[in-house]
Design a protein around this ligand. Sequence first.
Ligand SMILES: Cc1cc2nc3c(=O)[nH]c(=O)nc-3n(C[C@H](O)[C@H](O)[C@H](O)COP(=O)(O)O)c2cc1C
Length: 181
Amino acid sequence: MANLIRLTYVSKATFDCSLGEGSVGSDELVQEVQDILAEARKNNQKSQVSGALFFGEGYFFQCLEGKPSLVLPLVEKIKTDPRHEGFKISYQKAVPRRYFSGWSMKYVPVTPDVINLMKSRGYPEFDPVNFHESDINEMFEMFTKVDDTSLLNERLREYSSIIKPWWQRFGELFLPRTRQI
Ligand SMILES: Cc1cc2nc3c(=O)[nH]c(=O)nc-3n(C[C@H](O)[C@H](O)[C@H](O)COP(=O)(O)O)c2cc1C
């Protein structure tokens, strides 16, 4: 059996996500979360760590899978990240296989579909602090099938930068930068 562990934790974002972004049902992705995903994907790919990150109602709920010698030091690093607080490990165990193999970090927004899945498990809302271990595994397994909207966000951003009107591009390239107020 491969020497693999799965660790899941819950934490609360320290940045402001009160504008509707990152709230249940919202497809918009807060810039801070997009930055965390980019960092995680770059690093995890190198160390063959896989996993998923949920973000909703200001809570992070992350699953990390891989070799213990790589996952455990990573968790120590993530724990001290000032972008979140109230870090609490939900569970940590040796596992025979990965749920998120092929995903250096899958992003799962807390959409109404996800909420419905949770309701069917007896949770009236997205409240990862109180999830039971037995439900967490089942939920993660189901969430392997949910679409990753952050990839769509990234593509939309790339696309909008390609189709930016020429006068905006001209301004950016040739006009002196003015102070934004
Ligand atoms: C909620 C949350 C989840 C994170 N997940 C990861 C992760 O899976 N992998 C990772 O390398 N960094 C992750 N980070 C970022 C780390 O805390 C840290 O900023 C990053 O690993 C530093 O990378 P560096 O050593 O290349 O500077 C996460 C941060 C937060 C707040």
